[in-house]
Design a protein around this ligand. Sequence first.
Ligand SMILES: *Cc1c(COP(=O)(O)O)cnc(C)c1O
Ligand code: SF4
Length: 340
Amino acid sequence: MSESPSPCVSLEEILSSFKVESAALQQVAARFPFRLSRYYAGLIRRPDDPVWRQAIPSLQELSDSDQSPDPLDEERLSPVPGLIHRYPDRAVLLAGRQCAVFCRFCMRKRSIGCTGDAVDLERAVDYIAVTPTLRDILISGGDPLLLPLEMLDTLLSRLRAISHVEIIRIGSRLPVTDPARITPELCRMLACHHPLYLNTHFNHPLELTPQAARACDLLSGAGIPLGNQTVLLKGVNDDPAVLEELFRGLLRMRVKPYYLHQMDLVQGTAHFRTPLARGMEVVEALRGRVSGMAIPHFVVDLPGGRGKVPLLAETARRQPDGSWRIRTCDGRMVAYHDPA
Ligand SMILES: *Cc1c(COP(=O)(O)O)cnc(C)c1O
Ligand code: SF4
């Protein structure tokens, strides 16, 4: 079942169902590919709502030409095609260029949905096998869970057979964009490859549907700890009340909010970008209001492949006499005596 392509909705069809003119947006889709699962299309309530903005092309994508297609230098950091090795102990293996929905804000907009050479997973696995510092392999993409079941099973088996690979992580947006593809059969296969972690990618409470909850439940039931990476998106979720509802809803589905990402400086995505301070403010606003479990790290991935850095509002200040002043979550400064 996970191999048969789920039905997609054409751009023409979705636009005409909301009586939106399509010619100009077809041109955007000619530059940056469009794909939309029928399920995710069904979450759209009206043009320009938070689901629409994530999935439907915008003319603004074409007016953002100063940025780079690959600001994180992923191509330069790829010792073999499809493997990004930036940190000593971790690497990202790109499982393809297909996703159930091509998110308009995608950091890999340069390649997602594009045709090109098939990804050579063999070479990537061989590189990992001869690089003993690599303990943590993150399979991302393109959506790894769209690979044919046997191909993914073989890939995971080959990684598991490498003694220095301690953990495998999968990044998949299918629980959000096409949850019916998370089948018991897929989960049974994944459960054979523990320790396996999965990070998914919910951005808005509208995505927390019963179908999504069931997909997460199946994955958790297979013993896979679930995390979530949210991208902070202007006009979608750059609001503490929206993110509070999202993160609390995720915890109820046994999904731990892991990262809140600052939008990367990727060409074609400027209309989604918020000022750097916004993410810090949002996380600060949640602190003390919600369970610490519900609060992700706000991170920026530095251009040029310098890596992810958590950004925190300053909460502690050392005084000249060596004592500390610490800001409480409701904004008062209190003295703290550090006996050490
Ligand atoms: C994000 C990322 C990782 C994983 O980072 P964590 O902070 O460990 O989740 C690894 N490699 C690359 C290239 C990445 O972009
Ligand atoms: S699912 Fe992830 S990789 Fe695929 S288009 Fe969306 S953000 Fe990009």
